[in-house]
Design a protein around this ligand. Sequence first.
Ligand code: ZN
Length: 313
Amino acid sequence: MNQLNNYLDILKNYQSLERGTNPRPNAYELKSPEGNFYGSLYKNEIIGQYGKYAEKVDWDDFHNWLLANKSRLHANTMFKRAKQYHKLAFSKELIFMESTRKRQDILKCLALFTRFLDLKYDTEYHYELLKWMKKKDLKWNSAKKVDTYQLAKIIPIESVLERINQLSEKYKIFGLFMLASGLRTSEAIMAFNNHSSLCSNGVMELFWDRVTKKANSVYCHPLLHDKMTYKTSASRVTKNLHSKYLGCETRYLRKLNYTVNATKIDPLLAEFMQGRRGNVSQRHYFLPMMENYKKKWTHIWTQILKKSLMEKS
Ligand SMILES: [Zn+2]
């Protein structure tokens, strides 16, 4: 009995030594027959398969599905983006892409694209995409937060322009119109949507009078004139010119406008155009003044707007 115990002790000791000198690999280090790690093989399999499905997709089919389920504008945008960016799903490139509006847009189109693949081929890419996003900490709304401190500071017009230039064309034009006109957001939308009937010889006569807020007349800049051919809405403006994209509130554009007009052209003119002074009964006094300053105003604002409107993006 004693001998057996001794023997077992020796065996135990021997086994513990053996384990120590011959360590077993961790599960995730196990290699497949091809020599790949299982971990990466699993990932590659998904990506590989995804690529296969994505490549054989009937784009017209996808487009029609979008059109049947989304608004026309949204469907067309998503279609264009998916066609351009579908290869970025599950990619390192997307993980390390700067967390901007663009990345959000790409994620949104990939979400729809994978949904379509799933419907079409009975796959589970939409779910895989969400899982992957979670794992890689990719968020739908991860556009960089604007420092709230920055909102309180004085932001130079150059920085605001830089932000406006990053907006999609439609909102860039509208943002520049807000900046150049100095109108309040709701007035700017109304003026923008009715531009063709309001604009005459570079001047838009508004003379709107609400309880405490007035809008008189503003210039229409020739660089913007031909581009204001569509309509926009309050909800679209709120969403697309949000301070997180613009770097400031839209009403700050009105302040910038006033500063430029008052310091570089004429303070009285600046006040009239912002509705702080004069009204429709003084129209005969102020409108000739606007005529007189038109050339100067156009020149000053060409300097400000030309970079945004004349350079190819
Ligand atoms: Zn015009």
